[in-house]
Design a binder for this molecule. Structure first.
Ligand SMILES: [Zn+2]
Length: 246
């Protein structure tokens, strides 16, 4: 892809490509930082949602508990009245069979009432324990909420800073690009568009440092000696000399 260049100019192009790549590396690091921050945010939101759901369910359970307790209370009261009445009525009964039936009914009522009372007190202690969880969970949810707000603020600020830095870097790249002959400007702009954060890669053991494909001896020689700008025939990145380039 030779445009007429002196060896000095070609070396200068390599230097600028390296410079552009290092700026793109910075932008890549910034994009990773943004991504990490967004993941933190998402994770915290997820935890917040599940805690809030837990709190909502607990409150609903407590409401249902109250309703059940009220039902039990009125049932116990009704049974107590029936028992009292039956106990009085038994004295007036003359017939033995009627007395037996009444006694049987009375025992059934007492057993049923006892069962309801046991259930009532058992539920009451469960209810009391559950109720203690509400303020704890509420505090937890509130803590989450303020953490989310803080992180959101931090994230917004970081994003603005990072966007500014990324934009500055892209402007800087354009300034560098002005040094290139038009044919190379087009190539580099195309590479940035295609790979976002990569225009070049060093050759390692005659292989492309990015896609790891074997390069032709000519390409390796051209890149290693910086004779011209040459691309990996597989991924299209500009091949740079191995490591030692300054
Ligand atoms: Zn490659």
């Amino acid at each position: 892809m030779a445009a007429p260049q002196t060896q000095f100019e070609i070396k200068e192009l390599f230097r600028v490509i390296r410079e552009i790549q290092s700026i793109l590396n910075q932008n890549f690091a910034i994009s990773l930082e943004n991504k990490k921050q967004n993941e933190r945010m998402e994770h915290l939101r997820g935890s917040f949602d599940s805690k809030q759901e837990e709190l909502k369910n607990l409150k609903e359970t407590l409401i249902n508990f109250s309703l059940n307790q009220k039902t039990l209370e009125s049932l116990i009261e009704k049974e107590s009245k029936q028992i009292e009445k039956l106990e009085r009525d038994i004295y007036d009964l003359k017939n033995l069979t009627e007395v037996d039936t009444a006694k049987k009914k009375l025992n059934e009522l007492i057993a049923s009432k006892t069962e309801h009372e046991i259930k009532y007190f058992e539920d009451l202690s469960t209810w009391e324990i559950a109720q203690l969880e509400v303020p704890k969970l509420t505090k937890f949810v509130e803590g989450f909420q303020s953490s989310i707000l803080e992180l959101q603020e931090e994230t917004n600020k970081l994003k603005i800073d990072n966007d500014t830095k990324t934009k500055q870097n892209l402007n800087l790249i354009n300034t560098h690009l002005d040094l290139f002959p038009p044919v190379y400007i087009k190539l580099i702009q195309h590479l940035i568009q295609r790979h976002s954060f990569k225009i070049s890669t060093p050759i390692y053991s005659n292989k492309c440092g990015s896609c790891n494909m074997q390069q032709s001896p000519q390409s390796v020689q051209i890149a290693e000696k910086m004779l011209d700008i040459t691309k990996c025939s597989f991924c299209g990145l500009i091949l740079m000399p191995d490591g030692s380039f300054t």
